[in-house]
Design a protein around this ligand. Structure first.
Ligand SMILES: *Cc1c(COP(=O)(O)O)cnc(C)c1O
Length: 420
């Protein structure tokens, strides 16, 4: 057993505590559970320099992660994703960096969250064919919210999460079942099916898919690994914050622009920064967190501007950036809280601006962004134009997936070899 510093889980709304080492979904109040660590003990047992020489991607931060037994770490060769500098076309003196998450297994940052969720599922003995999950005889607060007799991991997805679940699930010898909106990019549907998940198209949006998983889980024996409905995907996503800090010499940029769907990454990074602060590893100030959405699906932006704590469902959601087409997020209040605490803001951009940004960065800098990543560039440009971000600031954008997973413009120029 390697050192594990988890003390308990905590309801993100009420602070009520739940024991570690047991199967959990949401809290009794139906809110996300957050993993808490003994950070004093961690700080006493680990120094920043101890990480040097570790080569196993985000598992290099294992002391900050909940997996106890090394053999339960399900890995597909994770890498520390690079920070790629981009040119600043407005002649700014600042720095513009892209954290390119497309280099991870399954081609998106969903690998981080699902690696942790699947590893923890394995550690906790899920899914199992019969009998109660381990530890179900605990106290009232400990009563697991998932039923016995689990057979599969189940999930709604806009594509990338399903691919990561399928891959890490297969790697762990677990079956999974995945529900996707009908118009999910074809390559996602194919990769999910090919990597072993039972894959369903649904004539609805991701929250409709989520409802199917929620309503049928008990009867079908599925463990629901929807974003923030189990406690560990966010622990994987928070490693983006650790990597960023370490790559920047344990400092953070002035601003982070994050394409926000369910918001796991934004909430996760904010949690990571708090943990790094608590162990005394971080130098300088925290960044302003900017939640970027699409004009056609901007519930967080609307709630931010209205000063609301929660973000009601966005009706008729549509955008080319499938990964951020999330009409309602269960962690809405956590996203809004992190954005406000950080002094950041929420902003949306048009599909046209997203596609223009993708073209411009690909041509100018040779980096193919996914539409969601391109949205952060478009938002950065708009925010430097209106002064919300200074041209001399250090900014990090997130490119969450490889641009190759998305529909790309056709090439029509044709050369007649025979006529040459
Ligand atoms: C899932 C996803 C997002 C949104 O990430 P969250 O942390 O859930 O907000 C953005 N872009 C891509 C490509 C995604 O797959």
């Amino acid at each position: 057993m390697s050192a594990c510093y988890v003390t308990h889980l905590e309801c993100s709304l009420t602070g009520r505590q739940y024991p570690a080492g047991e199967v959990h979904g949401l809290s009794a109040e139906g809110r996300p559970l957050l993993v808490r660590y003994d950070l004093d003990a961690l700080a006493a047992g680990l120094e920043r320099q101890d990480l040097a020489g570790r080569t196993d991607g985000f598992w290099r931060y294992r002391e900050f992660l909940p997996v106890r037994q090394p053999e339960n770490r399900i890995s597909l060769g994770e890498v520390v994703t690079p920070l790629v500098p981009l040119s600043t076309p407005d002649g700014g003196r600042g720095e513009l960096l892209v954290k390119d998450e497309g280099r991870l297994p399954t081609g998106s940052f969903k690998a981080r969250g699902l690696a942790l969720a699947v590893s923890m599922a394995k550690e906790l003995g899920l899914p199992r064919l019969a009998g109660p999950p381990p530890g179900t005889t605990g106290g009232a607060a400990a009563a697991p919210r998932s039923p016995p007799g689990l057979r599969r991991l189940g999930m709604p997805t806009n594509g990338n999460a399903g691919a990561a679940l399928a891959a890490y699930g297969s790697r762990a010898g677990m079956e999974s079942v995945v529900f996707c909106p009908d118009d999910t990019p074809e390559v996602n549907l194919s990769e999910i099916e090919l990597q072993g998940a039972v894959t369903w198209r649904v004539d609805g949006l991701i929250d409709d898919c989520g409802r199917i998983v929620r309503e049928r889980s008990e009867e079908e024996g599925w463990f629901d690994v929807s974003t923030l409905k189990e406690p560990y995907r966010i622990e994987g996503k928070k490693t983006m914050g650790f990597e960023l800090a370490e790559q920047l010499g344990w400092t953070l940029p002035d601003v982070i622009l994050y394409p926000t769907g369910g918001g796991t990454g934004l909430i996760g990074m904010w949690k990571a920064f708090a943990e790094l602060r608590a162990v005394g590893w971080l130098e300088g100030k925290l960044p302003r967190m900017v939640a970027v959405q699409a004009d056609g699906c901007a519930p967080i932006v609307r709630a931010f501007e209205a000063g609301e704590e929660h973000a009601p469902r966005w009706e008729g959601a549509h955008t080319v950036a499938a990964g951020i087409r999330v009409p309602a997020a269960i962690g809405d209040f956590l996203i809004l809280r992190a954005v406000r605490e950080s002094g950041g803001f929420a902003v949306s951009v048009s599909d046209e601006a997203i596609l223009d940004a993708r073209r411009e960065v690909a041509r100018r800098d040779g980096l193919l962004l996914c539409p969601e990543g391109a949205a952060t560039w478009a938002a950065w440009r708009a925010a430097t134009a209106d002064g919300r971000i200074g041209v001399d600031e250090k900014v990090v954008l997130f490119n969450c997936a490889t641009g190759l997973k998305y529909p790309l413009p056709l090439v029509s120029r044709h050369y007649e070899a025979a006529a040459d």
